[in-house]
Design a protein around this ligand. Structure first.
Ligand code: EZ4
Ligand code: CO
Length: 402
């Protein structure tokens, strides 16, 4: 089999998505996601100008060799743009292989290790009472695990909280908006939030929380310690992770489990975190970490150190990435949990898919390949619109991590 054609589709059914379609001489095609929130066109151009001409004529079954060709062969390694582009190609190749062999991708990664995948929803509100209502709603929908964030008294904006009446969507059209941040207000508020959630819903519901890279290690140690009575499933991205040894300080102070890695691109971003057992969950997901080929190696390495997976699954992962993550989750032994942030109806119509949610669990479906399609005619109705993630400033105006 040979790759005969490959092109990038950019569509914005509510938010921007970059999709790669690879076609073959046997009429089978594969889809890959290359969406990098706020930097979409850089990946599209990397693919169109620098990657796609090199893969025409290659055998799509040689996913390992093509991965090495694009990673080592570029000379310039790693980084979110490069790895999202490699991820798009790699996932499309696995989709092609599954379709050619008439089997779902999870069978190519080791087969079913479980029947269903524990998934968590985002629960938010402008204050604690509204957040409790959202948790109740998601419990009703069947969720057994929820990520809980709420507005912070004294701050006009907070990560994870919808501005209007709709669901939370981090990217915004136009230039980056500015959020406000106070570590003091946040640290005072979060333990009160979780006390109320446990008081209202009891012990059984799995609770998660995302600090979104905003604390220093010692502040994260304090928060983790104060949250211990509420038995969190995980505390996510407690501190920016460029300094991997910083997590040692968090570990010295708390038994609250730690998750990190949605912005990581390769194993080298997590190598020390994993081998020193500084974390419990690795959040890398197929698109931003070089596809299934690399992510499988990360998971196998993590398994040696009792680290489980928790693939990033926010709305900026297109349905192609969600499907790829679900096939991966199904196959790896050390699966932990899958994030699920529902796409809009418009997005779901552009990307018809087989995966399903039922009773708190996700299922990848049994269609050959990934089980996702791209309705190109419908996609063409939603042209790209520039959008950015917000930036964040402390109350005195200092730029800080969003
Ligand atoms: O802010 O995907 O755990 N989920 C998250 C997401 C990220 C967005 C950034 O594009 O942290 O909401
Ligand atoms: Co996160």
């Amino acid at each position: 089999m040979k790759i005969t054609n490959a092109f990038v589709n950019i569509t914005s059914p509510g938010r921007n998505f970059v999709t790669l379609k690879i076609e073959t001489d046997e009429g089978i095609f594969g889809l890959g996601d290359g969406t990098l929130n706020g930097r979409e066109l850089a990946v599209a151009s990397y693919l169109t100008e620098h990657v796609l001409p090199c893969i025409i004529g290659r055998d799509p079954f040689q996913s390992e060799d093509i991965w090495q060709y694009l990673y080592r062969g570029a000379y310039w390694r790693r980084g979110p743009v490069t790895m999202a582009a490699i991820g798009a190609v790699d996932v499309a190749l696995w989709d092609i292989k599954g379709k050619a062999l008439n089997t779902p991708v999870y069978n190519l990664l080791g087969g079913k290790s479980r029947d269903g995948l524990l998934a968590y929803a985002h629960c938010t509100g402008k204050d604690i009472d509204h957040t409790l209502e959202d948790v109740a709603l998601h419990k009703e929908m069947g969720f057994k695990a929820v990520r809980v964030q709420s507005g912070i008294p004294g701050l006009s904006t907070t990560y994870g909280i919808a501005k209007g009446t709709g669901r939370y969507e981090p990217a915004e059209r136009g230039l980056p908006s500015e959020h406000q941040w106070s570590t003091e207000m946040y640290l005072r508020h979060v333990p009160q939030l979780f006390a109320r959630v446990r008081e209202t819903f009891g012990e059984e519901l799995h609770l998660l929380h995302d600090c979104h890279h905003r604390l220093t290690p010692i502040e994260a140690g304090r928060l983790g310690k104060e949250l211990e009575p509420f038995h969190l499933f995980w505390m996510e991205d407690p501190t920016p992770a460029e300094l991997q040894e910083g997590f040692k300080i968090i570990r010295q102070h708390t038994t609250t489990p730690i998750a990190v890695g949605e912005v990581f691109n390769t194993i080298w971003d997590a190598h020390d975190l994993i081998r020193n057992q500084f974390i419990d969950y690795i959040r890398m997901t197929p698109v931003h970490s070089g596809g299934l080929t690399h992510l499988k190696k990360v998971a196998d390495f993590a398994e040696l150190y009792h680290v489980r997976t928790g693939c990033h699954g926010a709305t900026d992962m297109s349905p192609v990435t969600i499907a790829a993550a679900l096939h991966f989750d199904t196959a790896v032994h050390n699966f932990g949990i899958q994030e699920l942030m529902p796409h809009t109806d418009e997005t779901n119509a552009v990307f018809p898919h087989q995966y399903r949610f039922k009773d708190g669990m996700m299922f990848p479906g049994d269609a050959p390949g990934l089980g996702v399609d791209l309705d190109e005619a419908l996609a063409a109705k939603y042209p790209y619109l520039r959008a950015y993630l917000p930036i964040n400033r402390k109350l005195d105006g200092t730029l800080t991590d969003w």
